[in-house]
Design a protein around this ligand. Sequence first.
Ligand code: PMV
Length: 330
Amino acid sequence: MEMAVEATAPGKAILFGEHSVVYRGPAIVIAIDKRARIVAESREDSRIYFDALDLGFSGYFEGTRYFPVRGKSWHGKRLRAILVTAHRTMEHIGVHTGLDIKVRSEIPVASGLGSSAAIFVSTAAAIGEVLGANLSLEEICNLALEGEKVVHGTPSGVDNSISTYGGALRYERDLGFDKIEPLGTFYFVLGNSKRRRSTKRLVLRVRSLYERHPKIIERVIETIAKTSDMGLDAMKKGDLPYLGELMNINHGLLAAIGVSITKLDSMVHASRVAGAYGAKLTGAGGGGCIIALTDSTHIDWINNAIRKCGGEPFPVNISKEGVKTRRIER
Ligand code: PMV
C-alpha cells in the first residue's frame, strides 16, 4: 500500500532575552500551538515536487533546477531551503528518492514566530519516516538547522530546537539549551503587526548603537539579561502578575535599543489596558509580533484591542508537543 507521512511541528515566541542573547545571558523561548505541516511521500522518478498552494505556487526540482507548475520560476527560491533540508535528510539516511512534498502552515511568515524552522523540522521528520529511518529528535533538529542556515546564514539554533522539542527552553550561547517546566497554564495573545522585517538588519542596528554608546547599551543589555533570569523564575513558580511586569520592563528596554515601532508600542499598550498581565514585542522587532500574557477571561478584550490598532491577534498556549509524525495510508 502507498504510504504518505504527515509531520507537524510548532512555531515559537521569545518571551525574554531577544537581542541581549546575541551578547550575553539567556533567552526564554516557548513553543506555540500554531504548527507547520508537511505531507511527504516517495515518487517513482527522481523529482522533488512541492505543493505550496496555500502560498500560491507549486512546482518541482530536477536536480537543482526548478520547474514551476503553478506560479513563477522565482518561487523556486522560496523552496530552496526546504529542498536543502530534504537532500541533507536523504544523504544522512543514505537513501535517495523522488518525493512529493505538500507544505502547509498556520504560522505567519517573517514575523519572528519560527515558521521556517517548523517547516524544516517537519520536512526532516516526514522524510525520515517515509524512508523508514528511525531518526532521533536530535537528528531531526540538526537536519532542520541545515535549512535554517540557508535562510539565516548563522542561526543560533533556537528556532529548530524549540520546534523539535516543544515546551519551553532556556537558551544561552555558550551553554546551549535547558528544558524549562513552567508551573500552571499560560494564556498568551500574539498580535501580528503584519510588517515583515529582517532579523539580520535589526541585530546589526543594535550593534551599531552599542558601538556608539557602549556604556549605556551595555547596561541595557545586562538589564535585559536580568529580566530573562527573573522571568524564568516567575515561570517556574507560575507567578503571572510578576511575569507580566517583567515583560513590560523588557519591552521598555527593547524600545531603548531602538527595535520597537509605533504599531508594536500601540499593541503593547492597548493589550495592557485591555487587562493583560504584561506585554512586549517578541523576536527581533522592527515589525513582526507582540506577545501579551493574560488569563482566560481577558483574551477577547485583548483580541479586540489588538485589532483596533490594526494588528492581527491570535491567542496561543504553550505547545508541550514538539514534532509529531503520523502515517497516512492511501
Ligand atoms: O528572528 P527572531 O524574530 O526570532 O529574533 C531572533 C532573536 C534575536 O535575538 C534578535 C537574534 C538572535 O539571533 O538571537
